[in-house]
Design a protein around this ligand. Structure first.
Ligand code: DI6
Ligand code: FE
Length: 411
């Protein structure tokens, strides 16, 4: 083994073709081994580099399967109750997403159902979506609140998200998105609701350690840049990192604002301009592509991929799993859409759900690549080439999923 000499190996994966995702080309190394001890990767290399004196507790023969990092879905709203298929029908008859939101539907319709749901029911409904994500190879997921919009209901949603991480073999990172929409109690008084967030909801979520980050929806139908800034200042006061729904439906300068606060990511970005791109590049803010929402809203404006590449902004790809604009849990399908709709390369799409998605969650030291010292979150795929992960639509080629060094059931 090239790297370390562990006292023992808990799991030794043999005959894998390893895609470490440490290089931008997503190169495949032939017939490799990955050694795991105490849930961490302790060796990556060739079988002949293995020290025969180190005892091995269990072996897994990959039979030539492709081994990648476990997938990371860095932007979801998967804790919610009910569905919005009726609004889907309305949009098919010509209503726009904004029309429905202004008429009291949209986020507020999910709000009512989520507030009414008991925690156990919310957990059960959300668990169905989480299982589906896991079946498609996801080993780390970010989950936002944002369908409670009161202190009680936001904390309920964050607690459910934390519980999901305790019940299932997956890492959950939680994000407080209290600034998602103005709740009915504050109708017409968005600044008063921002007061409520910065004075009560956010400090309480921080005190209870229920949020790992803070997000906001900076948009004409969401919050202004000035209101978003107040939320970010409150997050900073609590030592919490920020991210932002920015430039989805219009250009509000949200990405530059996020970058000013050293945001982990700015997400959506269909209307992003070069000023925003440059600000993100300087701040190291990841651009999160959400092609599922673009597709579902039949958007036509593609995020400025060429500018993001030119300025070296890392791009992540995520499901945006939510009931209104992207009711999906199939991350490899989002890789396909990122390629077909946004023209990412398959290698960019794979990095977008591994290394760059880890960076978007502030987890680049421990997640997102197959390297010694990183958490042993891995997927084995029955494919020949990494591009197949973005190419195929439908049946999953996932052969094995390993979370913290433990192989998990796929069904
Ligand atoms: N942008 C989105 O795409 C989701 N939230 C957001 O800020 C949509 C949320 C919904 O319609 O329920
Ligand atoms: Fe979203």
């Amino acid at each position: 083994m090239p790297n370390t000499q562990p006292p023992h190996i808990d799991l030794l994966i043999r005959n894998a073709r390893v895609v470490t995702c440490t290089d931008d080309a997503c190169a495949v190394s032939a017939a490799g081994i990955v050694a795991i001890t105490n849930g961490r990767i302790v060796g990556v290399g060739r079988a002949d580099q293995l020290n025969a004196a180190v005892p091995v507790a269990a072996e897994l023969d990959a039979e030539g399967a492709l081994l990648t990092p476990g997938l990371i879905d860095c932007h979801t709203h998967l804790v919610y109750a009910g569905d919005r298929s009726r609004e889907f029908e309305m949009r098919l008859q010509g209503a726009s997403y904004e029309d429905i939101a202004k008429a009291g539907g949209g986020i507020l319709s999910t709000l009512r159902q989520t507030r009414d749901a008991q925690s156990a029911d919310l957990l059960a409904q959300s668990a169905r979506r989480l299982r589906s994500l896991m079946q498609h190879g996801v080993t780390t997921v970010e989950i936002k609140s944002g369908y409670g919009l009161s202190q009680k209901a936001e904390l309920k949603c964050l607690r459910v998200a934390r519980e999901l991480g305790e019940h299932f073999p997956i890492d959950v990172r939680t994000t407080l998105l209290a600034a998602h929409a103005v709740p009915p109690e504050f109708a017409g008084r968005p600044d008063a609701y921002i007061d409520e967030i910065v004075e009560h909801i956010l400090p309480e979520a921080a005190r209870l350690k229920l949020a790992d980050a803070v997000d906001a929806f900076c948009e004409t139908i969401g919050f202004t840049p000035a209101q978003t800034r107040r939320v970010f200042e409150a997050a900073r006061a609590q030592g919490l990192p920020v991210k932002l729904h920015a430039e989805q439906l219009s250009n509000q300068g949200g990405a530059a604002l996020a970058a000013e606060f050293g945001a982990l990511s700015a997400d959506h970005l269909e209307h992003l301009d070069e000023t925003g791109v440059i600000a993100m590049a300087r701040a190291g803010t990841v651009a999160v592509m959400l092609p599922g929402a673009f597709y579902f809203l039949r958007d036509t404006r593609v995020p400025p991929i060429a500018l993001l590449r030119q300025h070296g902004v890392p791009m992540a790809v995520s499901t945006d799993c939510n009931p209104g604009t992207s009711p999906g849990t199939h991350l490899p399908l989002m890789m396909n859409m990122a390629c077909t709709l946004f023209r990412l390369t398959p290698a960019e799409a794979l990095l977008g759900v591994t290394r760059h998605a880890a960076t978007a969650l502030g987890l680049s030291a421990t997640h997102g690549s197959v390297e010694v010292g990183k958490q042993a979150d891995l997927c084995l795929w029955d494919v020949d080439h990494p591009a197949e992960l973005s190419y195929a639509i439908g049946a999953s080629p996932l052969r094995a999923r390993i979370h913290r060094g433990v192989q998990t059931a796929l069904h």
